[in-house]
Design a protein around this ligand. Structure first.
Ligand SMILES: *Cc1c(COP(=O)(O)O)cnc(C)c1O
Length: 384
């Protein structure tokens, strides 16, 4: 690795940060499970909650390289990464501006917890520059976005938000989970802090709960201080497993991009489907922005069945594609936002947000395209 000047994505995924097995010369990084390290004759005083065990440091290098940043930190969940980052940059009397369509957990963190810390917040539903600019206050310290967003795959213009924030000296954060670093590097468009639920594409096999933050040394230093006080670290065993999983992230996500694009086109031309939301379709209202900031359009899409069909019946008739709350695994999964993420909204609110009872969110896996299409076709027939 050391003599390769600009490694490509799959080389970074496979090798960057790997630990050498000097004792036995094994092919993969050794796992160091110690929670207790010597404090004499050492240059680093190591402890898992200080983010500095050998496996944590190695994986941080890989994630920083993937996001084109100087540094990164690994957390015990995506929400630990989100909460630690926000709290590191916000104190009593500060204001944070967030886009309205956010991961539910992030929305809940802000609306349920921030008031007691005296942190002010506002949301913007409109993703235009004018809408963001209008909601900036003299005490705004952070602007927080998520793109593509769940479940309608709206696209926020990353460069626009970064430029606007710089003008006002505001720190920007993005939840880059849905795109993954394979498809989108927000740092290249001027964003300061990139957050991931590594539970999703980084883990990729629906068996790891983890989070990550990537940014400059300076920003990471600040998040590190809050992080060691809050204590949301990931166990080294899972760090090691996550490193192993990321080795295949490039090829997994590229396969998911190809499958999702094919499936989006298939659904878009199907008479039983009334709407398809996929940023890689030319008919997507934000296709031009997506094209500017994404290398691939991801494995997530949503679609709506015609009114005459029953989405629950359709979902239950699927044989290969499984109903599931989470997303981004190698296996294709599907869910009904009206019954899960958006179940607590009133019907009126749900309809105002464009989330009908016939809307399905589809996390496209790596199975053969023809098999996924055949499964959807037979389920559409079965639910009539
Ligand atoms: C899942 C998810 C999170 C939260 O991550 P956890 O690992 O469940 O804590 C945050 N943002 C997005 C976009 C997600 O999909």
């Amino acid at each position: 690795m050391s003599n390769i000047s600009k490694p490509g994505i799959n080389t970074i995924c496979t090798h960057t940060g790997e630990l050498e097995d000097t004792q036995f010369k094994g092919a993969v990084s050794p796992l160091y499970m110690s929670t207790s390290y010597a404090f004499t004759d050492v240059d680093v005083k190591r402890y898992p909650r200080y983010f500095n065990t050998p496996n944590q440091q190695a994986l941080s290098l890989k994630i920083a390289a993937l996001e084109h940043t100087e540094a990164a930190l690994i957390f015990g969940s995506g929400m630990a990464a989100v909460s630690t980052s926000l709290l590191a940059f916000l104190k009593q009397g500060d204001h944070v501006l967030l886009q309205k369509t956010l991961y539910g957990g992030t929305f809940n963190l802000v609306t349920e917890e921030f008031e007691k810390f005296g942190i002010e917040f506002s949301f913007t539903n409109d993703l235009s520059e004018a809408a963001f600019a209008e909601k900036i206050q003299p005490n705004t310290k952070v602007i927080y976005i998520e793109t593509p967003s769940n479940p309608l795959m709206t696209i926020t213009d990353i460069e626009m938000v970064a430029k606007l924030s710089k003008k006002h000296d505001i720190v920007t954060m993005i939840d880059n989970t849905f795109a993954s670093p394979v498809n989108q590097n927000p740092i290249d468009f001027g964003i300061d802090i990139v957050i991931h639920s590594a539970t999703k594409y980084m883990g990729g096999h629906s068996d790891i709960l983890a989070g990550a933050v990537a940014a400059s040394e300076e920003h990471i230093e600040r998040i590190f201080h809050m992080g060691k006080n809050l204590g949301g670290n990931l166990s080294d065993y899972t760090v090691w497993l996550l490193e192993r999983s990321i080795k295949t992230m490039g090829i997994r996500v590229k396969a998911q991009n190809r499958n999702a694009k094919r499936l989006a086109k298939f659904l878009d031309s199907h008479p039983d489907i009334s709407k398809v939301y996929y940023p890689g379709l030319k008919s997507h209202p934000d296709f031009e922005i997506a094209k500017k900031q994404m290398r691939g359009y991801g494995g997530m899409l949503s679609f709506e069945l015609e009114d005459t069909l029953d989405a629950k019946k359709f979902m239950n008739a699927l044989q290969l594609i499984k109903p599931s709350m989470s997303l981004a695994g190698v296996e294709s999964t599907i869910l009904l936002p009206s019954e899960t993420s958006h179940a607590l909204l009133s019907e009126e609110e749900r309809i105002a947000q464009g989330i009908s009872e016939n809307l399905l969110r589809f996390s496209v896996g790596i199975e053969e395209k023809k098999d996924l299409i055949a499964d959807i076709e037979q389920a559409l027939k079965a639910c009539k």
